[in-house]
Design a protein around this ligand. Structure first.
Ligand SMILES: [Zn+2]
Length: 490
């Protein structure tokens, strides 16, 4: 009995020691990566938008090579690719990804962040003379007690977004490469540039990623995993009129007035600023005078549900037609590039709608086994899974629509893009454990099995399980909209 006790103690101690050393590795990597300046820049046509991102790409590629990864490559856009060969040849290939750049919105402007490692015992945490992390304003700070909290010196952002994710991905790569006994399929490692300015998937293709499933480690919060995102359509409404003429004599209606008529039809209840959680929105956000006889309105449609999107598109179309009718103008529509109507006329209105991205749930739901593995990975790591709906697009969403079902999970960072950004070593470790469990669990399944599983579900589910309650959407809309003719909307 005593022997057994000693043996168990030894096992626990070994587990503790190795967990400690992984935690230290995560912290050390974060400090190293955060100390390299990689801010991306707006309004630069090239990828990467800042050459400094190559600096970190080289560090990561060298590290992957040193650890023994294969096919390590930096391409001309600073994407880093590598492969960790699996020991389970039938298992699906999984890719892990994080991004190189830090936010151009942060208070950085050429200053390299100075990471500071604090031993965190609870309570408020002073970052600098002027800056304190308040326990009651940081929901996940109590879950960081007993570990380390990494911040900047308070004068810049830290860049834990996404260098915490990068540390998790690199430490998993090291673990897999140094522990041949861990069962896993091929694992692809990908670091992307310019995520913060929306260009990180610009030069990615399914062939370059070369994986069956994916995990992006770039979400904030503790335990968060993004399981769906908005569908997104952007639109412009352009008014062209005959020459405005002399204001003292001309009776031509200026394009601004026609655009204002169009705008006046938007119910405030559907505006983006009145939308939160699972609500969608239909909003304009900018207008522009191109010339004295041309005016443009810019707007967005967002919703988690496709038939709500359809409804909003129809509403928009009917408003454009209504405005055109009132001013006796031709109404031209361009829907995803397909033009309809007479655009030769000198005076007309043009509604141009273009789908931008789609809810990844529409694809992810076809892979139920994959989702179960994620759930199980969280459970095994003892981490509460917070499945959330993302109110924007993401890398994971873009890659899912390339044909590689991909989730975006937490990395252990908080208060991104600000000077009080912080990362918890314990939460990075939790992220590492969940991702590693997911890799191990996936190795228990064959690629064929997971793909067949999804094919089965797709065949069974012919119709979409979307059920929109139109009354709910319009519950707050003014009386005038309650009488709006929706009879033609299916
Ligand atoms: Zn990020």
């Amino acid at each position: 009995m005593k022997k057994l006790f000693t043996f168990l103690t030894l096992i626990c101690l070994t587990a503790f020691v190795s967990a400690q050393s992984i935690e230290d590795k995560l912290v050390n990597r974060l400090v190293e990566y955060a100390s390299i300046y990689t801010q991306s820049e707006y309004d630069v046509d090239e990828v990467p938008s800042s050459k400094c991102q190559f600096g970190l790409a080289v560090v990561l590629a060298d590290e992957l090579e040193m650890l023994g990864a294969q096919d390590v490559k930096i391409d001309e856009h600073a994407y880093v690719y590598a492969t960790i060969k699996g020991n389970m040849p039938n298992a699906p290939t999984l890719f892990l990804s994080a991004h190189l750049d830090t936010s151009p919105d942060g208070d950085l402007k050429g200053k390299t962040p100075i990471p500071v490692v604090h031993r965190y015992k609870g309570g408020n945490l002073q970052i600098s003379e002027k800056l304190t992390l308040l326990e009651d304003r940081n929901e996940f700070l109590p879950a960081a007690v007993g570990g380390k909290v990494i911040t900047s010196d308070g004068t810049t952002l830290l860049g834990g977004d996404d260098k915490a994710g990068m540390s998790v991905v690199m430490t998993i790569a090291e673990t897999l490469l140094k522990s041949p006994n861990i069962p896993h399929g091929d694992v692809r490692i990908i670091f992307t540039p310019d995520e913060e300015i929306g260009n990180s998937t610009k030069y990615l293709t399914k062939e370059k990623i070369a994986a069956d499933f994916g995990l992006v480690v770039d979400s904030h919060g503790f335990g968060r995993i993004v399981v769906e995102n908005f569908n997104a359509t952007d639109f412009t409404f352009t008014v062209k009129t005959a020459s405005a003429g002399h204001p003292g004599y001309s009776s031509n209606v200026p394009p601004l007035n026609i655009a204002t008529n169009f705008i006046s039809q938007f119910p405030e209840a559907l505006a983006s600023y009145n939308s939160s959680g699972k609500d969608g929105y239909l909003s304009y956000y900018k207008t522009k005078a191109v010339s004295s006889n041309e005016y443009v309105v810019y707007g967005r449609i967002r919703s988690f549900e496709l038939n709500e999107m359809k409804l909003y598109k129809k509403m928009l179309l009917s408003w454009a037609q209504e405005t055109a009718k009132q001013y006796d103008l031709d109404c031209v529509t361009i829907i995803n590039g397909e033009r309809n109507g007479n655009s030769d006329s000198i005076a007309n209105v043009t509604l141009n709608m273009k789908d931008s991205y789609f809810n990844s749930k529409e694809v992810l739901k076809n892979y139920p086994t994959n989702y179960k593995l994620i759930e199980q990975a969280y459970k095994m790591a003892g981490v509460k899974m917070r499945a959330e709906s993302g109110r924007g697009g993401s890398d994971a969403c873009d890659i899912t629509y390339m044909g590689i079902p991909t989730y975006n999970m937490f990395a252990g960072s908080h208060n991104e893009h600000s000077n009080d950004e912080w990362v918890s070593s314990k939460q990075m470790l939790a992220s590492y454990n969940v991702a590693l469990n997911y890799i191990k669990l996936m190795a228990e399944h064959s690629r064929e099995e997971m793909l067949n599983d999804s094919l089965d579900k797709r065949n069974k589910k012919v119709s979409r399980d979307i059920n929109i309650d139109i009354d709910k959407i319009f519950k707050n809309i003014n009386d005038q909209y309650n009488t709006y003719p929706f009879s033609n909307i299916k």
